[in-house]
Design a binder for this molecule. Sequence first.
Ligand code: HEM
Length: 208
Amino acid sequence: MPSNNVKIDKRRPTPRGGKLAPDPELWEAIGRGDGLRASLEDFYAQVFQDDRLAPFFEGVRKEFVVDKQFSFLRSILTGERNYFGNHPRRAHAWMVISDELFEHREDLLEQTLLRRGLSAHLASRIRSLNEIFRGAIVKDEPLKRIVNGRTIPTEGYESIEIAVGALCDGCQGEVSAGDRVIYHVRTGKTYCLDCAPEEGTSLAPLTT
Ligand code: HEM
């Protein structure tokens, strides 16, 4: 029978253990928050220029992804529970990422950290941390998203008559209420019929 005197401090959750245990040595060596943010800005500047990775980030702001990745890694390295984004499985649900592409991203991150002066053994610890999520991210087809019993499509275009006027995401020309447009089912990018992508076009490559 539990004692009435035992108080549980809910503001201090138990730190994660195992492979996701806090890593104060790495946190210090990377330069704490300032160093981590500068490293991620450097890393994503390259990702957004990379022929194979950049297409996944179409329509995503670099600052957004730096911020998310920053709080994700800060939370793991410090043990503070202050990451409120999606779990990597959910965040990458629509992305078809091969083992090889996953490793390419890991190489890029590791090289960035080494170039910024992190020692080889600590840079490889960041790599091991990414490895924990490989199984959640690498896949050969998108995960199904089911909302209210309906499977939400993740890829491809559909055609509708729009109810309110808008600007075409291709030519920036005006499309009026009642016009037929083509829109991407995941991103919502909308095109007038002159700019409509060809049938079978995929906005971001689904295979690598
Ligand atoms: C080739 C590998 C990867 C690609 C192409 C990729 C791509 C992306 C993209 C495009 C987003 C933005 C999603 C959106 O805003 O809709 C994202 C978000 C994110 N990624 Fe990755 N990613 C990769 C690997 C990883 C790995 C290894 C991790 C961590 C272990 C990771 C952690 C995250 C996190 C935490 C977010 C933010 C989640 C949120 O929306 O709340 N990613 N990634």
